[in-house]
Design a protein around this ligand. Structure first.
Ligand SMILES: [Zn+2]
Length: 291
């Protein structure tokens, strides 16, 4: 695969159809570095990662988009963040043993899928709930895009341990009703095999599917691993526990160590760090006992 960790946009010149195709490998392997996800947790996480890149190329925003699934089933949390420049990170949390039925709905149980878009400049936040209609992550997200964008959409996702692949097709307004190009293009796409989505270059896939169509392929953009964790964010999180609790951990373990679950980076805080975190906020033991 020559164009790994890339996303391409393309257009059908003779039809009002646009598409995106992505293949992700190094970034996906990096995401799994500190985790040993069992099948099919790994596959679902991978599918949502590929989908998040496709959606980031489809929805207009400047900032970040988060796809989060949570429920009372064995798959307790799936969270993927993708920025408009295709910096992506994600993590899954689950409880073992996994149930016998491992389709996505059984694994999630009574749960929901939420898409949150945060515009970086204005800090505006938009949140949409994805109906769990259908049997796959692609089904859920197709339905979401059709409702939110009012555009018919097809999504194809594939994931294995080493790579992810994704293909999105969207019908733009203005197509003639007697034109069957949408049916033809989506039917051809449905013949793509998972192995092809995972192993072939974007150009090879488009040629294999659409050599009889006029497809305009734009220059690709890179997908990269981006974790937005920082010592400052971890410090803010630590403020949510009491000074007494923090001091007790320091006494027992010598320091407080927090691992970022997305990138595995460790943030350490010793007694002096903890003292300054709480004194900044006026929550020192001395002050709190004066109340
Ligand atoms: Zn991190």
């Amino acid at each position: 695969m020559n164009d790994k960790d890339k996303i391409y946009r393309f257009l059908f010149d003779n039809a009002n159809i646009r598409g995106e195709i992505t293949s992700i490998s190094d970034v996906w392997q990096q995401m799994q570095t500190n985790h040993h996800y069992p099948e099919p947790i790994r596959r679902y996480l991978g599918e949502v990662v590929a989908a998040s890149v496709l959606l980031s190329a489809t929805l207009k925003f400047e900032g970040s988009m988060t796809i989060q699934a949570s429920g009372d089933g064995a798959l307790t949390l799936l969270v993927i963040e993708c920025r408009n420049d295709f910096g992506v990170r994600g993590v899954a949390k689950y409880q073992e043993p996994l149930p016998e039925d491992t389709d996505i709905k059984s694994l999630l149980g009574d749960g929901n899928l939420i898409i949150t878009i945060e515009q970086a400049k204005t800090q505006e936040r938009y949140q949409g709930i994805v109906a769990l209609e259908g049997n796959s992550i692609a089904d859920f997200l197709e339905g979401y895009l059709e409702r939110s964008e009012q555009l018919e959409t097809r999504i194809f996702l594939a994931a294995d341990e080493l790579a992810l692949g994704g293909l999105l097709l969207q019908q733009l307004p203005g197509q003639n009703e007697d034109d069957d190009s949408w049916e033809r293009v989506t039917h051809l796409a449905s013949t793509i095999k998972n192995e092809e989505l995972l192993q072939l270059d974007a150009q090879e896939i488009l040629h294999r599917l659409y050599h009889e169509e006029e497809v305009r392929l734009f220059d690709p953009e890179s997908v990269y691993f981006k974790c937005s964790c920082s010592r400052e964010k971890v410090t803010n999180m630590l403020r949510s526990i009491s000074h007494q609790e923090a001091s007790a951990i320091i006494k027992e373990q010598g320091n407080i160590s927090v691992d970022c679950e997305f990138c595995g980076k460790t943030y350490q805080f010793d007694a002096v760090d903890i003292g300054s975190i709480y004194s900044e906020h006026g929550h020192t033991v001395d002050q709190s006992t004066k109340h």
